[in-house]
Structures are given as structure tokens and as C-alpha cells.
Ligand binder design. Sequence first.
Ligand code: ADP
Length: 474
Amino acid sequence: WALALYISVLAVLYILLAMGLHQPTNVLETAVGSSAVAVILMYWLWRRGTKPAHSNLDSLGAALSSEQAKSDIILNTIEDGVMLIDNQNVIRVFNPAASIITGWPSDEAVGLDYTLVFKLIDDKNTPYDEGQDPFKKAFEQKKSIRDNQASLVARTKKNIAVTISVSPLLSGDQTSVIGAVGVFRDVSQERGQEKRSADFVSTASHEMRTPVAAIEGYLALALNDRVTTIDSKARDYLEKAHESTQHLGKLFQDLLTTTRAEDGRLSNHPSVVEMGAFVEKMVEDLRFSAQKKGLSMEYVMGTHAAGEHVIDASSPSSGSTKVIKPLYYVNVDPERLREVVTNLFDNAVKYTESGSVSIGLTGDSGVVQLSIRDTGAGIPAEDIPHLFQKFYRVDSSATRTIGGTGLGLFICRKIVELYNGRIWVESKPGEGSTFFINLPRLDSQQASQLQAAAKATSGLVTSLPTSLPTTSAT
Ligand code: ADP
């Protein structure tokens, strides 16, 4: 640029000189020449400054020169669908990938209410209600929501398995939600693959359970004194074989239950269960296995203060103080509930060397709470968040020697969640663990109504008290 300026100044000087010396021809020619050189030089310099450079990096740099261009490039290039809605539910941004996944062209989708374009269904093809809608949830809860189970009904009415993550956009003062960004991805292939492997595990474990049960049966016969005569060495081997076969049978059963729980095919016949009577009966059945290991076993009913007597309402009044047991009704499949309690109880016995196992039952107007406490090794805090995941086992010397599948607590969680309940654990290493289950409580009226409905369909007659007895002293 300096050279061009220098030549331009020279050209002007020549023009002035030509006019002053009255020798126009030579000097004027030189002036015109210099001007032309200056113009060409300036043009070349200008082109060099504006022409895009050739390397990819430079062209990206040029393309990214504005914030708007940056967002456009990202939105138009990524394979994830991106949809931005405002707080009136109107779609403001709908990227090309969103169009490919949903079948809605961007120019048609933008400006529409998102519920017309983005229709989600669950694994049973039931449309999502407002409580399930991840956008509604993000607006209400003011936090990011993920959903890995949904399917999207495309414009062609085809169902596409998707994963969705919706993040709310908060106003400057963070008090209100002004919009939400949804990022979604077509995972049909992955979900298809998961389904095929779950089907394989389910079929394989189902098929293998039968021969394993037969082996277990024959081994039990071989160990039966009244059927066979065997020496102590053979008995020792057969006992080991019997134990391993039982373990294998349990593994197949757990695998089968796990795959069924995951794809919602767990058999489930809920009915009204009075937890007090149910747990009392279970305690009697389970007591033996605790005693076999030298552990004491307690059953603690209600939230009674120390020293207060708990006497069954049905038992004859023995003294001056009588406390009526509350009736804790829940609507669950008793077989499934039995599975959960047995699993937690077996774990309590399995992971406790000495001391006691106690089962507690309490509740308030909304929930019934069952607890299973042991005085065993306890669970390290870092393992607790993972405990209810599939195949998770705490890596300790105890679990290395004690057999297990790591599926029991996963199955318990799935069953408890089936009834809108919650399961969790509190534990102190070295002191023991307590597993809690909360289940929604039915009042006596709801229990009677449900029983009447069940009676109408099955012809079963059972009577229930019409009002819920409360704790009282007479
Ligand atoms: P497993 O077949 O291994 O017992 P679970 O899913 O029932 O599988 O339990 C998962 C893990 O949780 C167990 O391997 C064990 O490490 C831990 N665990 C479960 N219950 C208890 C308990 N009562 N005390 C200590 N650890 C426990």
C-alpha cells in the first residue's frame, strides 16, 4: 500500500510538472503511466485483502466471522435434531436434522405449536401425557430433562425410537423460563439391537431353566438318604454340585425377570394387600434361614415409642393397655412383593456374619414404609448410587466369596417402581445397612372399592373394615 501511495504521488507531481513546464507530451505520458501502475497496484492489493484464502482452515475462519454464521453452521451440520421453542410453545428453530427425523420441513414446522410436530409415545404406543412430556417438564422443573425411552411419531406416522434432552432457557434474572431447546437423535438401530439381545437372553434363560431344574431335582434325589446310599465323599461332591446348580437356576431366573422387567413384560396382577398381615406371615417363613446362620430376627411394627405395647387387634385383650394395629393397605401383586422382601431379606442374611436382621413396618397417611435392617458389613458410600443397577456388586472380600448375580436389587427396584414406590438404602460400613421401601398407601375406603371391583370381576368375596383404625389406648 505504501508503494501504491508513492507511485500515485509521483503521478500527481508529473501532471503538475507537465502543466508548469509546458512540455506536456513526455511528462504527461509518464504521469499517465505512473497513474496506471498505481491503480493496478492498488487493485491487486485490494483483491489480495478480500479474496478468500485457499486453506480449509482459513475458509472456516471466514465463514465463522459472525456469531450467527457460527450457529447456522453447527445447526445445519450436526446429525442431531435441534428444536427451539418459546414459552408459548411455538417452534422458533428447527434444524435440517430435525426435519429428516420428523419428516417436517423446517419452513413448515417453524411457527407451529411444537405438540403438532413433536409427538411422543411410550413403549406401549401410548401418547405421552403432559406429565411425561420432556418440554413441559423442563418448563416446570427449570432443569434439563432426558428421556431415553420415547419414540417419536413422524409425519409419515412411522414410529422412530429417539433419545431426547431438553434444556430450559432461563430469563436474565433466572426466575422464569423463556424457552427450551430440545436435542434429539434417532436411535432406532441401537434400540432394535438392544431388543434383539434382550430377546435372546430371555429365550436362552427360559430354555435353560428347564434342564437346570431337572439336574437340580436329580441331585436332590441322589442326596436323599431314603432314595440312595452314597459315601461321605460322594455326598460332599454332590452337595457342591447341588449348590452350584441352584445358583445357576437362580441366575437364569433373575436374567429372565430382568429382561421382562426392562421391556415391561413382568407378569403383574395387583390386588389389595394388607402389609401388616403379609409381612408377619413372611417373617415366619424367613425366620428359619436367619436362625440357621445364628442371626436373631425381629419384626417391628408401627412407629411406637419405646416401651409401648403393640397388641394385635384380633387377639384377646390381655391387660389394661391395648393398641390397635393400623392397617397398611397397598395395591401390589403379592407375588412380586414377596420376591422383593425375600431378596432384601436373603441379602441381609447373606452379608451379615453375626447379630440380627429386623424387618420394620410403619407409615403415614400417604405411604407405607417397609424396612429391612441388618448388622452386617455395610456398604461403602461410593457404591450406594450404583447399587440398584444391573449386575452391580460391591467389590469386597465378602462379595468375592459370597455368590450372587448382582441382579437382585435391580429387580427389586423395577418391581417397586412398577407400583410407583421408591427403594433406597442407608448404610454405615461396619455397622450395617437398612433398605427402605415406600409404597403408596390406600385408605380403607379405597381398599374396599378396589376389592369390590376385583370381586365384581372374579366373584371373590372379602370384607374389609370400613374405617381405618387408629392407634388408641383403652
Ligand atoms: P447379589 O446377587 O450380588 O447379592 P444384589 O443386586 O442383590 O446382588 O446386591 C448387589 C450388591 O449389593 C451385592 O453384591 C452386595 O455387594 C451389596 N449388598 C446388597 N445387600 C447388602 C446388605 N444387606 N449388606 C451389604 N451389602 C449388600
